[in-house]
Design a protein around this ligand. Structure first.
Ligand SMILES: Nc1ncnc2c1ncn2[C@@H]1O[C@H](COP(=O)(O)OP(=O)(O)OP(=O)(O)O)[C@@H](O)[C@H]1O
Length: 347
């Protein structure tokens, strides 16, 4: 049995414009698939910003949403966290029907379970770093000393130790983003929505924050939905990636699937500049082990990159075994498949 999804989204639509709800209903009653319904809405001057989005996010999964500007990423994440009221569809977070929740219940959920880090963090300018970070605890009724004690290690974890008493205006952009991240951590949220949290940072700081983020994530078992424009960031962070185009999700897959098996030219375009083997792993081309395995064992592991694996199989032309660290046979890989998967298509 699979575990209950942390987030379950079904048939979600977000239509903007006057009379969106009734126009959606009429368009839907007219029949046809999501693309036809969306086209009918667009003909009437409405904006179908999210079209029929359906997906589950597993507990503890880091789910990345990518797509060109205007493809509906922010609107999707806002609908799921109910910052905007979806036009149609269902959203359950940890089994709870979010769209049926009262305003008071939503406030409580945002305080206790759902964390949000958006591009403009909305830090309180009149509060110091420590009070900004501890704000969710204050709202939750915790005393000043207790909440300061609780958030100090979090502030240290995001690299802001020593800046506890600074005000947002005295911080750099990257430091402000860290305050936002720390504030979400302080809330002990089990589900976290992040909309381009590392954008507008220079590459060095960005990589550093990504590493810290992965580190923090390992320690907490938070479910994360993360928007980024940056394919390298997506490949580095994601368990799975959803690619959006014109409001629709066109592919959901592991980083290796997105890079190695794009469903169309639009998805392929995202990873065009990625040296495939840098990110794709041996596991993505591994097959069940059969009796065709050759005599050589170059020591492949499922987590090795294709590039490293191919390097180890240079002169081999028969399938080779893939083993775990204990030496248990997990599957087989043909050196040819490694090479094919690595090859970047010329466009
Ligand atoms: N409140 C709104 N009213 C009307 N249209 C909106 C509203 N919010 C978003 N849109 C439209 O919905 C579409 C999707 O916008 P959205 O911000 O979700 O895209 P995005 O993929 O997050 O873009 P970006 O990467 O540029 O942030 C766009 O056409 C946008 O203009």
């Amino acid at each position: 049995m699979t575990a209950r999804p942390a987030i379950s989204v079904e048939g979600l639509w977000q239509v903007f414009g006057d009379g969106a709800a009734s126009a959606y209903q009429r368009a839907r009653d007219g029949g046809g698939d999501a693309a036809q319904i969306a086209a009918r809405l667009a003909d009437q001057g409405l904006i179908p910003a999210v079209r029929d989005a359906t997906f589950d996010v597993a507990p503890g999964e880091l789910f990345v949403i990518m797509g060109l500007s205007g493809s509906g990423k922010s609107t999707l994440i806002r609908g799921i966290s109910r910052l905007v009221e979806p036009t149609a569809g269902k959203v359950a977070i940890e089994g709870e029907d979010i769209l049926a929740a009262s305003r008071a219940r939503m406030t409580e959920l945002r305080r206790s379970r759902i964390g949000m880090v958006f591009q403009h963090f909305g830090l309180f300018p009149h509060l110091s770093v420590i009070d900004n970070v501890a704000f969710p605890l204050r709202v939750g009724g915790m005393g000043r000393k207790a909440r300061h004690d609780k958030v100090r290690p979090i502030i240290e974890m995001v690299g802001l130790k020593g800046r506890e008493t600074a005000y947002p205006r005295e911080l750099s952009g990257g430091q402000r983003q860290r305050v936002g991240i720390a504030r979400s951590l302080a809330g002990d949220c089990s589900v976290w929505f992040l909309d381009e949290p590392f954008s507008a940072l220079d590459p060095l700081i960005r990589r550093q924050l990504q590493d810290e983020f992965l580190d923090i994530r390992k320690r907490l078992n938070t479910t994360i939905v993360f928007i980024t424009h940056d394919i390298t960031e997506a490949l580095k962070l994601a368990d799975r990636i959803a690619i959006m185009r014109d409001g629709a999700i066109v592919q959901i897959g592991t980083p290796a699937e997105i890079v190695l098996q794009p469903v169309d030219a639009y998805v392929r375009e995202f990873s065009r500049d990625v040296a495939r083997g840098r990110h794709a792993k041996v596991a993505s081309v591994m097959r069940p082990a059969g009796d065709e395995i050759g005599p050589d064992d170059p020591g492949l592991r499922p987590g090795m990159t294709l590039e490293d694996a191919l390097g180890a199989c240079m002169s081999l032309y028969q399938p080779v075994p893939v083993r775990d660290a204990d030496g248990t046979l997990l599957g087989a890989v043909h050196p040819q498949d490694l090479a094919a998967a690595l090859q970047v298509e010329k466009t």
